[in-house]
Design a protein around this ligand. Sequence first.
Ligand SMILES: Nc1ncnc2c1ncn2[C@@H]1O[C@H](COP(=O)(O)OP(=O)(O)OP(=O)(O)O)[C@@H](O)[C@H]1O
Length: 317
Amino acid sequence: MSSVMIEATELGRSFGATQALDHISFRVEKGQVLCLLGHNGAGKSTLVSILATVLPPTKGTARVAGFDVLREARAVRRRIGLTGQFAAVDESLSGRRNLLLVARLLGADKRQAAVRAEQLLEMFALTDAADRAAATYSGGMRRRLDLASSFVGQPQVLFLDEPTTGLDPVSRNTLWGLVRDMVAAGTTVLLTTQYLEEAEQLADRVIVLGHGRCIADGSVAQLKAQLGSSTVRAVLADPGTTAAALTALRAAGLEPCADDAGSTVTAAVEGSIGLAAVVRALDAAGVAITGISLSEPTLDDVYLALSEQRTRAPAGV
Ligand SMILES: Nc1ncnc2c1ncn2[C@@H]1O[C@H](COP(=O)(O)OP(=O)(O)OP(=O)(O)O)[C@@H](O)[C@H]1O
């Protein structure tokens, strides 16, 4: 049996004149975590909705757990779990009743449903709060309950659409641990996020979406390798000098980018010779800095560089 659990072939989706997705193709093997990264409106939720059979594509095909998302939607639904951006729990019910309800909807008898609910409450550290209304839960507890609900049917493929948005770092770490446990048990995960750290923590492979298109595809290490061996990060004394700094570094043969606030510029370089070149170029352009460092590239650097390339690309590219 093929171990490909998600297969998208030339997927496209438009909403009127908006092309939300275009020419998206990829495969995910059993037990892998694919992370979709992208800015607001990049097309992440649209892609998840198509794969989870919530939305039909306008072009292309997709198979999940071996079944076609259009022609065999019911078979797909029986094998997947979906956790959206907003926790889909019934707030008036207790955590336990939420899980019992989902289990009964999926066809479990009363006893099976009770056993499964108990297991999941334990697994997601909700046993103590099991009989309280979900309305009294914290954001992190609600996300855990939501994730537990999507796990009632022991899905082969789990879709997580921005699962940790709005969670504090501790809750986020807990959730990452739960996702790792699921993957260790053989579940295939497709995760969307705007948090690059989340991709670094969980992903075997990352696809970066930009305006509905795939703009990068590879492991975190491969994406970082595209940027050269290291990154120089210079903190500008005056954000008003950002344009001058970028011009000077481009003239020195580098491809710099600035953070949103314009207070830091980064550039990929080859080792410490590159660091000296940055210092010389900024000094010659009269750009004062308050700090400079040389580091291995992070996924943030990759993302910034890709966004920068997109911004500089001519219209229509
Ligand atoms: N039902 C819809 N009707 C019209 N346009 C839509 C609809 N759903 C999505 N879009 C448009 O499709 C594009 C992709 O949206 P999508 O929600 O997939 O992006 P996203 O990457 O998930 O963004 P976010 O991170 O903000 O959730 C956007 O331009 C959005 O406005």
